[in-house]
Design a protein. Structure first.
Length: 500
């Protein structure tokens, strides 16, 4: 004979089932009531789809560009270094000389390593008889990939001796350029012609790796298709010519103040040696802040606009749910007469709000997946971190959760009113049209919705007006009929400049 479970376990199971039964019953009733009102549900879910989908696109752009860390090892320890010419000329953001990079490499202390960077356009021919293509090439110190902590996906990076005069020219492709050339793994080890010179392909970077060098004027970042090493020694370049970007890695956890002090000390050395103490200085800026500085103000405004849009959406949803609750006052009164209490009525309204928010959030996340792809397709190629803009599972989960929370918050006021209104079934049965309390709540929500909408529309109008003025500004010449073009001029054609 099978032994019976302890009586306390039976009591606990019965109590658990009894506590969950009202919730399941309320959920089933909420679903049934929503099915019986397809037009209202379609309007509410459609509104949530548009609002949450738009917010998801905005949130994705802001998170991927501003919030997510750079895809490097300990990215907070990476800094760009710039020249401040101070009293020499009016330029506080200038490129470094090659000799400046050498000083940063040998200073030690809090600076673990440093690399020089110089981007140039190049003409690449994969094999004889094929049309060459124009690419952006980042000429760099051999230690760049070790400095950022990313290894090639295919092949290898640069060896320490693969730089300077007499080197064997080698090149590492980005994953994007590798795909353009056919995505053949066997391309590693083959030769290509870059600006007429033979280079051997030694590696291909991962798809997630994208490195750009910002410009002196905080203009568009410079896109890179391939990497090669310098054909000169940086110590042999002119100390007066600022032609190189400087990237340093600080020792892990070093505060910005210590990095700044060390870089400034290098600047004083350079100033005394090369500029006769006329006022040259060096300063460091975090890699990501330096990269996104140009677009940060616009993205911050976009983020605040998204928050305001969610507030407007919440008030709008609460107004609709309250109006729907006022129309169902007789139904609440009948439910109360049949034994339902105020808590049950409020629970039903909250369930409806949560279900509507879940449906709107799910559809909004699906729509945002398509919207982000369209945005990336039409976005400028020089948008910082453009390749990282994509919706992932965490963003989908966040948007769906936001939809549920939004539905619950929006349903709170209608649920509170419905639970109180159902205490007067006789008045409800006479069809008073929602009562004074419902009217006051609706008016309050309408005022809040209009106020938030005005703030959002005013900000949008100011941005649109500023953009219109920018586009219609007089450039100082007649642009009609003018065409611009670029003509790459390989440095090999100008040997007298190769040591600059």
């Amino acid at each position: 004979m099978r032994s019976l479970p302890p009586i306390r376990d039976v009591v606990r199971d019965v109590r658990s089932g009894a506590s969950l039964e009202p919730l399941w019953r309320d959920a089933r009733l909420a679903i049934r009531r929503l099915i019986q009102a397809p037009m209202a549900v379609s309007a509410i879910v459609g509104t949530l789809l548009v609002g949450l989908g738009t917010f998801a696109v905005v949130y994705t752009v802001v998170q991927k560009i501003l919030l997510d860390p750079m895809p490097y090892k300990d990215p907070d320890d990476l800094y760009f270094v710039w020249r401040d010419y101070g009293r020499i000329i009016d330029m506080n953001r200038g490129s470094l000389a090659g000799t400046d990079v050498v000083e940063l490499q040998k200073i030690g202390g809090v600076i673990e390593s440093a690399a020089g960077l110089r981007r140039q356009p190049g003409t690449l021919a994969v094999r004889e008889g094929t049309d060459p293509i124009e690419i952006g090439v980042m000429f760099t110190s051999p230690n760049l990939f070790e400095l950022v902590g990313v290894a090639p996906a295919l092949g290898r990076g640069f060896a320490p001796g693969e730089a300077g005069p007499g080197r064997s020219p080698v090149i590492v492709l980005t994953h994007e350029l590798w795909n353009r050339l056919g995505a053949d793994p066997a391309i590693v080890g083959t030769n290509v012609r870059l600006n007429g010179q033979v280079y051997r392909i030694v590696g291909v970077m991962p798809a997630s790796f994208a490195f750009v060098r910002t410009t002196e004027s905080l203009g568009p970042p410079q896109h890179v298709d391939a990497y090669a090493t310098f054909d000169i020694h940086l110590a042999d370049t002119s100390p007066l010519a600022g032609s190189y970007g400087g990237l340093i890695r600080a020792r892990r956890g070093t505060p910005l103040q210590a990095v700044t002090a060390t870089v400034q000390a290098v600047g004083r050395t350079v100033d005394a040696r090369d500029f006769k103490s006329r006022g040259l200085g060096l300063y460091a800026v975090g890699l990501k802040p330096d990269l996104v500085a140009r677009v940060r103000p616009a993205l911050v405004v976009l983020a605040f606009s998204g928050v305001f849009m969610i507030l407007v959406l919440m008030v709008n949803l609460a107004s609709v749910l309250l109006a729907r609750a006022a129309q169902r006052e007789r139904e609440f009164a009948v439910s109360r007469a049949l034994g339902a209490n105020g808590a049950a009525v409020a629970r039903a309204m909250l369930f409806e709000g949560a279900l509507l928010g879940f449906a709107g959030g799910t559809l909004g996340a699906l729509a945002a997946t398509w919207g982000v792809r369209v945005l990336v397709a039409i976005a400028p190629l020089d948008l910082p971190r453009r390749e990282a803009i994509a919706i992932d599972g965490s963003i989908v989960a966040g948007v769906v959760t936001l939809g549920v929370v939004l539905g619950l918050i929006a349903a709170t006021a209608p649920a509170w009113w419905a639970s109180r209104a159902s205490l007067l079934p006789a008045a409800a049965l006479r069809g008073s049209g929602g009562g004074r309390s419902a009217g006051r709540l609706r008016r309050t929500m309408v005022v809040a919705q209009v106020a938030l909408s005005l703030v959002l529309l005013s900000a949008g109008a100011l941005v649109a007006r500023s953009l219109d003025r920018l586009l219609s500004a007089d450039p100082g010449f007649r642009p009609a009929g003018l065409v611009t073009f670029r003509l790459p001029m390989p440095i090999a054609l100008f040997p007298e400049m190769s040591g600059v």
